[in-house]
Design a protein around this ligand. Structure first.
Ligand code: PGA
Length: 251
């Protein structure tokens, strides 16, 4: 049985006051009818606050990014070892905003993925194509290339064990456009098949999230697809009501 997940990527949003308000709303509105694991990804400076509010609740937390290096002279970076101090269990790796705005390439992302795993964190690898690439019909080629970068750096076939993958078409992120359930399912299926060429059992158990303008209105039809195991939610994760409604699709 695969683990279902609804994760909220807050991106560079929030304040002490706004976070407290959002989490109090989540704590009171989330019910145990959802089968999803709930994870929030706040800006790193708020992890201590999130840990304090969410410990002993069903809400887990993680970081939006982490360095591939051990602690040292890397001004502005956050080490995985530091995330351990705040009981983070998860880290996003290779979000498209990191790839495009901060020029993180596949090798850098593979190093981050490997380093997070070495320290026992569960990386959520984000993959996805641009609109131009979709129009060129190279979506699967692009996504497989992003996966292969991770595989090539790894020294074992269990590279995707204790990890998750989020398929996030770049053209759907923050645009209000969503991949149709069929479009998303077809890429999710291709991802699972590709991982199966390395390890069938891991592929079968691998949690595959969809991200890109997920809202309460489209979550149920996406989750109905056999290879969609939950969501990585951006904008709608800042709205407690929307976020809770999305979690309620996972039953
Ligand atoms: P969105 O963002 O839900 O606002 O489209 C998703 C993401 O970037 O993870």
């Amino acid at each position: 049985m695969r683990q279902f997940v609804v994760a909220g990527n807050w991106k560079m949003n929030g304040s002490l006051e706004a976070n407290a308000h959002l989490l109090e709303q989540l704590k009171s509105q989330l019910d145990n009818t959802t089968k999803a694991e709930i994870i929030v990804f706040p800006p790193t400076v708020y992890l201590a606050q999130i840990q304090q509010i969410c410990r002993d609740t069903g809400i887990k937390w993680g970081a939006q990014d982490a360095s591939p290096n051990r602690p040292g002279a890397y001004t502005g970076e956050i080490a995985v070892e530091m995330l351990e101090d705040f009981a983070c269990e998860y880290v996003l790796v290779g979000h498209s905003e990191r790839r495009t705005l901060y020029h993180e390439d596949d090798v850098m992302i593979a190093m981050k993925f490997a380093h997070a795993k070495r320290h026992g964190l569960t990386p959520i690898l984000c993959v996805g194509e641009t609109l131009h690439e979709r129009k060129q019909q190279v979506t699967e080629t692009i996504v497989k290339k992003q996966l292969d970068a991770i595989v090539n750096l790894a020294d074992s076939t269990d590279v995707f064990k204790h990890a998750m993958i989020a398929y996030e078409p770049i053209w759907a992120i923050g645009t209000g456009l969503t991949a149709s359930p069929e479009q998303a399912q077809s890429v999710h299926h291709a991802i699972r098949e590709h991982v199966a060429t390395i390890d069938k059992t891991i592929a079968e158990q691998l949690t595959l999230l969809y991200g890109g303008s997920v809202k309460a209105a489209n979550a149920a039809s996406l989750f109905a697809m056999p290879d969609i195991d939950g969501f990585l939610v951006g904008g709608a994760s800042l709205d407690a009501h929307q976020f809770v409604e999305i979690t309620q699709c996972i039953k």
